[in-house]
Design a protein around this ligand. Sequence first.
Ligand code: ADP
Length: 422
Amino acid sequence: MIISLFILTVALGLVLQIAWKQNRALRQLQEAAQRNQPYLREENPANFLPQWRPLVDAINQLIRSNSELQHQHTDQLSQLEATLGNLREAVLIVDESNYIHLANRALRVIFPAARDLVNLRLELIVRSRPFIEYVRATRTGPALPRQEFEIIDGSSTIWIEVSGAPIAAPDGKSQWALFVIHDMTEQRKLEHVRRDFVANASHELRTPLSIIKGYIETLVDGHLTMAVEDRDKFLRTIQRHSERLNAIIDDLLVLSRLESATPGLKFAPVQLDHYFTNLAADYQQRPHARGYQISAQAAAELGTISADEEKLTQIFSNLIENALKYTAAGSQIEIGARLVESDEVECFVRDNGPGIPSEDLAHIFERFYRVEKGRSRETGGTGLGLSIVKHLAHLHGGRVWAESPPGQGLTILVRLPRSRSA
Ligand code: ADP
């Protein structure tokens, strides 16, 4: 009885020990699979059961081929990334759940807000339903034509042109998609500017033209019976408006020449103190400037700058003419320059007239922008003078801006490099 109880206890102990060993071995096998590292029986000789050998070998084989596949995949992607990195076109690869697997440098330039695109969901980067739908359709359906998308993110808008193709995922089981993306933003913005410009220019030309047409029609119908003074008044109005038309067309031609690839500037040294003194003296003689106090402030130390003197005169004549147009007779107009850096000079045209409200200041260099439309047209303004000034300053490697503290008139500042290389 005692012997059989002893045998039973020993057998039970053995069974429990085997069950415990099996349990541990199972857990270790599971952990190895999760870590993607083979199960080493040498590390756990006590737990290893000989009858498990075929199972452990099969699982280890699976783990090895899986990690080999993963390495291959990462290698392929980094090879692809290195190849596509320097492409001008942006390249994107997404998986079946829209996770980004490849985004080259050009793509990161288009979406600078997202620091690292890889492993992010596409929806977080490109907030455009039509684009996400295009991605889905590319992956699953027949080939789609190239398509353009407008993507609005906060206050900024970008335009991208996308073409895509489905590709097999590295595991061969699912479908991914590859896209080539062109950034069209600059092009679209330029088109906008051009469209606005054409609309504005047509409007500006149409106004004097319709006035001329109206007066001519009246003259054609009634010139025989019309009083001479009326006829004279009509003809003078026609003359004034044709001069305006002419001025607008002249300024448009100047602008288009300045914007062309060969604006034709001839650079030579210009002695600044002489230049401004002579320009002020020239204006003091002009009949329409009589009654204004025009003075020059330019010290001999300013030396010379490298500039196209004729174009320089176009800049400063435009600014002086504006000061004459928009300030009352008797006003002061100061022109001149001062040295700001060793390689830059700051030229200015200052008046003590009504100035420009702060909200308009940033816009006055835009084409056809006028603060007081009536006054500009009355005095023969085209609304293009300051944009010509801006272009000319840029062609000299400089920049231009306006300052108008309340009650202190207007100062236009033109900063120019002393030499062309600067
Ligand atoms: P415009 O041919 O109408 O003079 P500009 O481009 O030269 O066109 O100037 C743009 C606008 O800036 C003008 O219409 C005018 O309203 C304003 N402006 C320019 N210069 C002055 C000035 N010295 N004082 C006040 N306003 C000015």
